[in-house]
Design a binder for this molecule. Structure first.
Ligand SMILES: CC(C)(COP(=O)(O)OP(=O)(O)OC[C@H]1O[C@@H](n2cnc3c(N)ncnc32)[C@H](O)[C@@H]1OP(=O)(O)O)[C@@H](O)C(=O)NCCC(=O)NCCS
Length: 182
C-alpha cells in the first residue's frame, strides 16, 4: 500500500518500510530519545537493537515510512525518509491480540507539514485492513501535537495516569488514547 499525500512542499509518499530504511528510521528515533519526552528512555538504540525492532515490524507488515518526493538528502536528512509510523502488540498476553499500539515520528525540521497526519492515516487503514479491533496511543500528557494528531484521526481520550514516567529530572504523565478500528 503506497499512498502519496500532498503535505506541502515537498509532498510525501507513505510506503511500507524496507530493511534499507533502518539507518534513517534509527536516526529519527534516536533523535527523539536524546531530545524529547515522547520515548521514555535515555538510551539510544544500537543498530543491532534497531534492526531487531524494525525486523519484527517488517515481518508483520506494520511499519511505514514517509518519503519526501524528490529529496536528495541535501536538507541534512538521512536520505529521503522524513518520518515513520509503526503499530505492534499493546501487551503480550494473548487476550490482547486484537489490540495494537502505534508510534508516529517525524524528523526534526519537518514537523507541522501534515506528515504525521499522512502516517497515522496509513497506520489506521493498515491495521483496520488487518482485521484488528482497537488501536491505542500512549502519549506524554504535555505533547499537544500528538494529542491533536490523534484526535484528528478519531482517537478518544481514555484517561491520564499521573507520574508513571520520568525523564530529564521530572515526572511524566501518560495519556492513553483509543480508536475503534472494526
Ligand atoms: C507528533 C508528531 C508525530 C506530529 O507530526 P506532524 O507531521 O508534525 O503533524 P501534522 O503536521 O501532520 O499535524 C497533525 C495535527 O496536529 C496539529 N499540530 C501539529 N503540531 C502541533 C503543535 N505543536 N501543537 C498543537 N497542534 C499541533 C496540526 O495542526 C494537525 O491538526 P489539524 O490536522 O487539525 O490541523 C510530530 O510532531 C513528532 O514527530 N513529534 C516528536 C515525536 C512524537 O511526539 N511522536 C508522537 C509520540 S506519541
Amino acid at each position: 500500500m503506497d499512498l502519496r499525500y500532498e503535505t506541502g512542499r515537498p509532498a510525501v509518499t507513505v510506503r511500507p518500510a524496507l530493511s534499507g530504511d533502518l539507518d534513517a528510521v534509527l536516526a529519527i528515533r534516536n533523535h527523539a530519545i536524546e531530545h524529547g519526552t515522547a520515548l521514555w528512555t535515555d538510551t539510544p538504540q544500537s543498530r543491532d537493537e534497531g534492526a531487531a525492532w524494525l525486523g519484527a515490524h517488517l515481518g508483520r507488515g506494520s511499519a511505514y515510512v514517509a518519503e519526501a518526493d524528490g529529496s536528495d538528502g541535501s536538507d541534512g536528512s538521512d536520505g529521503s525518509v522524513v518520518g515513520f509510523g509503526v503499530y505492534g502488540p499493546w501487551k503480550d498476553y494473548s487476550g490482547f491480540r486484537h489490540t495494537v499500539e502505534n508510534s508516529v515520528y517525524v524528523a526534526d525540521g519537518h514537523h507541522g507539514r501534515g506528515i504525521g497526519n499522512a502516517l497515522l492515516a496509513t497506520l489506521v487503514t493498515s491495521a483496520t485492513q488487518a482485521g484488528l479491533h482497537v488501536m491505542i496511543a500512549g502519549i506524554e500528557a504535555g505533547n499537544a501535537a500528538s494529542m491533536r494528531l490523534h484526535e484528528r484521526h478519531g482517537f478518544e481520550h481514555a484517561g491520564t495516569v499521573r507520574e508513571v514516567g520520568t525523564k530529564f529530572g521530572r515526572w511524566l504523565d501518560l495519556t492513553l488514547m483509543r480508536r475503534q478500528l472494526s
